[in-house]
Design a protein around this ligand. Structure first.
Ligand code: FAD
Length: 483
């Protein structure tokens, strides 16, 4: 057994794949002991929500980037697959580690597991510490005047903004003391996180640079080039006016505290309105985590239980058409194809496509939630479940069910020149703007000139908008009547 001064500290990396502003790593370095950074691929966690395909692609590249960063400090990442608790016990035995540090997670299965591990290791006499690396405020620290969790965003965010000082982000350590004798590490390539045959992620590297450096660069580029358009332009999918930081945040390659600090330092050039709007979206992420923590079944259960009686149709053919971007509604199809080809979709189009699935196709929101979970590089249990329930109307502080997005006018309004649709649905690119969101209204000559044969080269709409709208409203009314 090593002496306590030379016994290593294990830093268990999870959704915090960065060196800067990483409190668990910082504490380990400060302890003056050798540091053993480990990432555990645990197929048993988190519960049923195993990493989706697109997130596995991201994880592979993010771990590789983390290892490069650790190499620069004279250290490196140990990879192990298996049950987290067992792997940690093995590593403690192999290295004589006397401490285990990690940053906290908020999903119910991860919380349960972490708390079991913590009490067991403490019983064995280890120094076990956990930290906050993921949120501006941890869910148990913000309460309303009655001492209950906030269920409405605006007062939640007002309270966070007025009461919480996120503090100064921690610097990345330039050197991290290494171990004399390293435990073995598995090979990243052997984990098969990347898709093969077919390689549906082949275009992802054109769009994304996973890792801490990529995250920092993304934030700087956004603040210097695009953030000045944010408040007025964040709803435009044809423009690059949102930050695209979501996958970096989901994997913890950047912290919200770093984002706040850098955004504040650009406030003068970006403007107050844009800065506040951008920070309030970071606030929605905080709010989603607040909901997930206080209502752990949020990803699986209607928050408003009257929705348990909703008469979903759950038709597998229309679900497939939606997943494939073949609904005949161009803005919906553009979004679903952007998602498939890049692992990401613009927020406005996420709302339109989700509303279409739930309301026009009367498909249970959990089907859409699962599809997004598998295809998004930014899949995040808190944000995904809160957003799906928001669109469904079944959540906390949700959009009312009767607000049904019209996919035609939404496309016309938010993609006014049709650039977004033309990019993702190229088979209708030759249509004049007037018909781009409703090809079925174009006459035979216009369609022929645009090289389109409806039903052949591009689908007829799978439902009629007005009829589908009425059907959804009737279904909602039946809920109210039964109540
Ligand atoms: P920006 O506009 O630049 O916002 C900055 C950051 O704020 C984002 O990176 C994100 O972390 C956070 N944020 C922005 N909007 C929201 C929001 N509405 N709710 C919570 N956080 C937000 N976001 C995810 O990160 N993961 C998901 O799995 C996810 N699923 C969604 C499913 C649906 C049906 C909908 C409607 C939205 C979903 N969102 C999800 C929220 C939002 O669409 C994305 O966070 C956003 O589009 C990411 O792009 P951005 O980084 O350019 O956002």
């Amino acid at each position: 057994m090593s002496s306590p001064r030379t016994a290593p500290v294990i830093v268990w990396f999870r959704q915090d794949l960065r060196l800067a502003d990483n409190p668990a790593l910082h504490a380990a370095v400060e302890s003056g002991r050798p540091v053993l950074p480990v990432f555990i691929l645990d197929a048993e966690t988190p519960g049923d929500w195993k990493l989706g395909g697109a997130a596995r692609w991201w994880l592979h590249h993010s771990l590789s980037a983390l290892n490069t960063r650790l190499d620069q400090t004279g250290n490196h990442l140990v990879l192990r697959a298996g049950n987290s608790h067992n792997v940690l016990k093995e590593l403690i035995k192999e290295t004589g580690a006397a401490a285990v540090y990690w940053n906290r997670r908020y999903e119910s299965s991860a919380r349960q597991r972490d708390s079991d591990i913590k009490s067991h290791l403490k019983e064995q006499g280890l120094d076990v510490q956990s930290f906050n690396a993921t949120l501006l405020v941890e869910p148990w620290t913000v309460k309303n005047k009655s001492g209950d969790p906030f269920r409405v965003f605006t007062p939640f965010w007002r309270s966070v903004r007025s009461e919480v000082d996120p503090g100064t982000p921690l610097k990345a350590p330039s050197q991290i003391q290494s171990l004399d004798k390293w435990p073995t590490s598995e090979e990243l390539d052997d984990w098969n996180l990347l898709p093969r045959n077919p390689d549906w992620a082949k275009d992802f590297p054109d769009v994304w640079t996973p890792g801490e450096d990529g995250a920092r660069q993304r934030l700087t580029d956004f603040l210097e080039d695009d953030a000045a358009h944010y408040a007025g332009g964040r709803d435009r999918p044809d423009k690059p006016w949102t930050s695209r930081l979501s996958p970096h945040l989901a994997f913890g390659e950047i912290s919200p505290r770093q984002i706040v600090a850098v955004a504040e330092s650009h406030r003068e050039t970006v403007g107050d309105k844009n800065t506040e709007k951008f920070l309030s979206e970071i606030g929605w992420r905080e709010f989603s985590y607040n909901l997930l923590y206080h209502f752990p079944n949020f990803p699986e259960q209607n928050y408003q239980d009257k929705f348990d009686r909703f008469p979903w149709l759950n038709n597998s053919d229309t679900l497939l058409a939606w997943q494939r971007g073949q609904t005949g509604y161009p803005i919906v199809d553009a979004g679903m194809r952007q998602l498939w080809q890049t692992g990401w979709m613009h927020n406005r189009v996420r709302m339109i496509t989700a509303s279409f699935l739930i309301k026009h196709l009367m498909t249970d929101w959990r089907e859409g939630e699962r599809w997004f979970w598998d295809t998004l590089v930014d899949a995040d249990l808190a944000n995904n479940s809160a957003s799906w329930q928001w669109v469904a109307g079944s959540g906390a502080d949700a959009a009312p069910y009767f607000r049904i997005f019209n996919p035609i006018t939404q496309g016309e309004k938010f993609d006014p020149n049709g650039e977004y649709i033309r990019k993702w649905v190229p088979e209708i690119a030759q249509l004049p703007n007037k018909f781009l969101n409703k090809p079925w209204e174009a006459g035979p000559i216009v369609l022929k000139d645009a090289g389109i044969e409806l039903g052949q080269t591009y689908p007829e709409p799978i439902v009629d908008h007005s009829a589908a709208r009425e059907r959804a409203l009737d279904a909602f009314k039946s809920l109210k009547e039964a109540a």
